[in-house]
Design a protein around this ligand. Sequence first.
Ligand SMILES: [Fe+2]
Length: 194
Amino acid sequence: MVSLLITREKALELLKKWPQTEPDFNHYLESEAIMRGVAERLGEEIDYWGILGLLHDVDWALTKNNVVEHLTKAPKILKEAGFDKNFIEIVVSHGYGYDELPHLKDKKRTKKIEFALAASETLTGLIHAYALMRGKKISDMEVKGLKKKFKDKAFAAGCDREIIKEAENLMPLDEFFDIGIRALKSIKEEIGLN
Ligand SMILES: [Fe+2]
């Protein structure tokens, strides 16, 4: 059992230390919800995986105007908030392989929890964009429709399909999509969908 030194309330407070846009905040909540669903499916620590999703972009508000700095400030922020090296490394691992992040570009994810975080936070964008296309409606969204959007590379082109596919290290992609859709449905009011 991995213990957390921080509650969800404290994690939310940490994020609210900086001005956050609504889309960014939605993304944090969505990443949390999908990570919780994936953890449940894999029999992992649900709260721990959830907080990882919630805080994975903890320095985004500070670095979004200079993206090369993304994830360079997160380690210090998280350390000061009481997180250990392991948690911090997992957060940083979601930036591995990005050309925009020279300090992480050549690193590769190897652990289950790393694949889960990167794939989950990327899937949020695809599902949210699909819901917006459907007039913000998610309550009747199905895996079949999401799969079509996944295959249509021009749709939500910023959502890297290869990163979403890292979920195949954990479960079949259809199942991951189902978890993702159900996760966002469960928080639809909080993220402005219906
Ligand atoms: Fe993210």
